[in-house]
Design a protein around this ligand. Structure first.
Ligand code: SF4
Length: 367
């Protein structure tokens, strides 16, 4: 009994120290970079700084932490996070499931503070998404976040999902070195289908733009990825040739998904029912493209609870009930308290291949 009480006390103390350190990390990012390293090097009560662990020691610590969490049902680690910092978009895709319900965007320094908190809680990969991430300050906002995450937080993987329409070459020159992966959404290589879906703006050709972006990714050494949502208008299409020619590192193929309050239901801004396809139709599409080695399929079931989604207020969105229910903001209650309400299924995340080679330095790409 006494031993049990002692070990519980030791566990509680370790958690308190770890939480204190997480808060200190987060606070530091809002201070000058110089004071940051000084603060991080200060010893905390009960915590002794040893030399930084090497990669294998770090992996060992991570595994140990995962085992501990499994034992006491603690919060999952936010290994890979999708931060939808804006809901605004210049496209009007009919099935969009993250719609323009607000125009709020956090101030840059607050967003950085939240990202530092996530890093302290174990984040290794950040993906910036929207809305359209390049709308805010014409790409400067996302550029500064990308730079911060790679240069200052030293995250192994920093990526963006974009419709591509607002990206210009200057952006690659200024920020390309900090970006591991750029994913561009493209659902069809037939421009008429893109127009039907709503992926387009005026006379700009989405497919031509895709090719231009592919070339810039080569020129500026950014791994190129394509995301496609399979729906009633593209489900019969054969994309084999075009995808092979573009040669992305990954082709993520999603099944069109309904989320109440977003693209269906009374308070939804879209009505995506007419875009839905059956599981069998989705399987037929996958089968038609089985020779594309970079294809990563994602059915509705896999999508719903295997992503950690942060909204524009840095609240985790829980999609397990078919709508997006927000937690409190990590900026107010911390990562550990907020993530308990995320509905995140860590096992499904691993099962769907959520962890992969995501640093461009490890991809050994022939740019
Ligand atoms: S480009 Fe993305 S965020 Fe914009 S409307 Fe289409 S699906 Fe929604």
């Amino acid at each position: 009994m006494q031993l049990g009480a002692l070990s519980r006390l030791a566990l509680a103390l370790a958690r308190a120290v770890s939480a204190l350190r997480g808060r200190l990390d987060a606070l530091c990012w809002s201070l000058a970079p110089l004071s940051l390293s000084l603060l991080l090097s200060l010893p905390l009560p009960g915590w002794r700084r040893v030399s930084a662990p090497g990669p294998s020691a770090a992996a060992g610590h991570r595994r140990q932490r995962e085992q501990e969490q499994e034992r006491d049902g603690a919060a999952p680690t936010p290994t890979s996070v999708n931060y939808h910092f804006t809901r605004q978009c210049n496209y009007k895709c009919g099935f969009c499931f993250h719609t323009a319900k607000t125009s709020f965007v956090l101030p840059l320094e607050e967003a950085k503070r939240g990202l530092a908190m996530l890093k302290a809680a174990g984040m290794q990969k950040i993906n910036f998404s929207g809305g359209e991430p390049f709308l805010q300050d014409r790409g400067e906002f996302v550029g500064k976040l990308v730079q911060f995450c790679k240069r200052d937080l030293k995250l192994p993987s920093v990526s963006i999902v974009s419709n591509g329409s607002m990206i210009r070459e200057w952006w690659f020159k200024k920020y390309g070195e900090y970006l591991d992966i750029l994913a561009i959404s493209c659902d069809s290589f037939d421009e008429e289908v893109n127009v039907l879906i709503g992926r387009g703006q005026g006379k700009k050709n989405h497919v031509e733009n895709l090719h231009k972006l592919r070339q810039w990714c080569r020129d500026y050494a950014v791994a190129f990825k394509i995301n496609s949502v399979i729906n009633r208008f593209n489900v019969e299409e054969d994309m084999n040739e075009q995808i092979k020619a573009l040669n992305p590192v990954r082709w993520k193929v999603f099944q069109c998904l309904l989320i109440e309050g977003e693209n269906c239901g009374e308070d939804g801004l879209r009505d995506a029912e007419k875009f839905l396809i059956s599981d069998d139709d989705f399987e037929r599409f996958l089968d038609r493209h089985k020779d594309v080695s970079c294809l990563v399929p994602e059915s509705n079931q896999k999508m719903r609870d295997s992503y950690l989604i942060l909204d524009e207020y840095m609240r985790f969105l829980n999609c397990t009930n078919g709508r997006k229910e927000p937690s409190k903001s990590i900026l107010d209650v911390g990562v550990e308290a907020a993530i308990q309400f995320s509905g995140f299924d860590e096992k499904m995340f691993l099962k769907r291949g959520g962890k992969y080679v995501w640093s461009k330095t490890d991809m050994k790409l022939d740019w």
